[in-house]
Design a protein around this ligand. Structure first.
Ligand code: 5GP
Ligand code: ZN
Length: 113
């Protein structure tokens, strides 16, 4: 989608450090990490947020979760990690392209702010 930073990143128009890729998904390091491990897992096709997933995307929904699991296990190991997706204004979503934050490398706090 035009003017979407993450679509531009998928197209290679914006540089990124890609750490995982499969047919429908890429994962790359966050530009402004809030934890020692902070990776974004996104669909290559534009989907606005988790709230915009439908039955038509059920295969992708499964694949993106599995990708987040793979990335978390690979980069955070046995200590665990957190997967977050922000939706809309109250959710704190800045980039309107579905992305799962994979966060780890330190003890996470709860509840989130
Ligand atoms: P949100 O607030 O939408 O859930 O998260 C957006 C995330 O995208 C933020 O963690 C932000 O640091 C990251 N981000 C924004 N622009 C870029 C970029 O150009 N490259 C990368 N790698 N990450 C970005
Ligand atoms: Zn997009």
């Amino acid at each position: 989608m035009k003017d979407c930073i993450f679509c531009k990143l998928v197209a290679g128009d914006i540089p990124s450090t890609i750490v995982y890729e499969n047919e429908g998904i890429i994962a790359f390091k966050d530009i402004n990490p809030v934890a020692p491990v902070h990776i974004q897992v996104i669909p290559k096709n534009h989907i606005g947020s988790l709230a915009e997933l439908t039955d038509d995307n059920s295969e992708l929904a499964s694949k993106i979760l599995l990708a987040a699991s793979e990335v978390g296990k690979k980069f955070c190991g046995e200590n665990g990690f957190r997967v977050v997706t922000n939706i809309g204004n109250d959710g704190g979503q800045e980039i309107k392209h579905l992305h799962l934050h994979v966060l780890g490398g330190r003890k996470m706090t709860w509840p989130p702010g």
